[in-house]
Design a protein around this ligand. Sequence first.
Ligand code: GTP
Length: 361
Amino acid sequence: MKAVILSGGFGTRLRPLTINTPKSMVPVLNIPFLEHVINHLKTHGVSEFSLAVSYLAQPIKNYFGDGSRFGISLTYTVEDSPMGTAGAVKNAGNSLNKRILVLNGDIFTDLDITDMIAAHKKNKAKATIALTPVEDPTSYGLVLTDNNLRVLRFLEKPNPDEITTNMINAGTYILEPEVMALVPPQTNYSFERELFPLLLKNGEPVYAYPSSSYWMDIGKPENYFQLHYDLLNGKSNQFRYNNGKRIVAGKRCNIHPTAKITGQVIIGNNCMIGEGARINGPSVIGTDCHISTDAVIDDSIIWASVYVEPQARIKHSIIADNCHIGSASNVEESVLGDKAIVTYGRNVKAGSLVSPGTIVY
Ligand code: GTP
C-alpha cells in the first residue's frame, strides 16, 4: 500500500523553529523527524511513499530525494499554497485508484500499521481512522464510536461538558479509492472537518482503530521536548538509549576529559566539548557543535553547528542551527530560531521565542 504523508503545513505553533525549517525536517535525536516516520512505516512493509509538500518544500526534497538512499520509492506532490489535509492528498491524482494510507507528517507513533490494515479489511471499511487516548482532549478532534468501533460522530475541540471519550483522531487513516473521489479537485478541503463528516452523513462504513501504542504530535515546542524525553527514556519501541554506554557520542568528537556529562545525552558527529563544560541530560547536541570551556547545557536540545562560548548557560531551551551563544550569557526556557546570536553576558528571558537571525544584545 502506498503511504501519503502530509508535510506541507506552516507549522505555526512550532515557530520560530519552523520559519526556515519545515516541521518534517525538525531534528529528533539528530535526524529529521520525517525519517523516523518513514523508518517506522518501512518496518510494516511500506516501501512506496508520496509526500504532499507545500511550505518550505525544497529542504525536504533535497534531503530525501527519490528515496533510494532510504530504501524506498518516493514521489512528491507540490501545492502552490496549502490545500488542507484532504485537498493535499487529492492532489496526488492518479495514484489514488488504490487503497492508501494517509499520515499527518508531524506524528511520532508506534502504531501497528499491519494490524490496522487487517482491521480495515475485516470491517470492510471505506475509511479507518486510528485513535489514541490523551489526558486532555479539549484541543483535539474526538471520535465517538459504537461497541463495534463504527464511528458515530466527530466532535472538534469540544467543551468540557461534551466530553464522553478521551480517544482522539491520531492522524493516521486508511482510505478506499472511492472515498478520495468525494474530495473536490483543486479545493482547500479537510479530512477532519469535511470529508469524514460527509462520509458519516452518506452512511458509509467508517471505523476507528484505537491503540494505546506510543503517540506524540510534535506540533508544539513542549511536545517536541516531551518526544525527546520519552525516546531517551525508552517509551517508544523505536529507540533504545545507549546500549549500556554512559553517553552516546557521534564520530570524530573531541570531549575534554574534565567535561562532565550526566544523564541521557546524545552528541552528534564532529562536536567539541571543552574543558570543564557540563552537559546534563536529557539533552541532545547536534552535529558540528562547539561547547566551550565551562559552558553548561542543561535539559536542552541543540541543533547543528551551534557555537556556545565559555561559561554560557543554556537551560530547558531549544537552539536551532547555526546559533551563536556568547560568553557568560544565559538562555533559559526559550526557543531560538536559526542563526540567532546572543552576545556577551546577555540574558534571554524565560519564555522568549527568538526569531531567526536576531541579535540579542
Ligand atoms: P500549525 O500551523 O501549527 O497548526 O501546524 P500545521 O500547519 O502543520 O497544521 P496541522 O498540525 O494541523 O497539520 C497536520 C499535518 O498535516 C502536518 O504534518 C502538516 O504538515 C500537514 N498539513 C496541514 N495542512 C496541510 C496542507 O494544506 N497541505 C499539506 N500538504 N499538508 C498539510
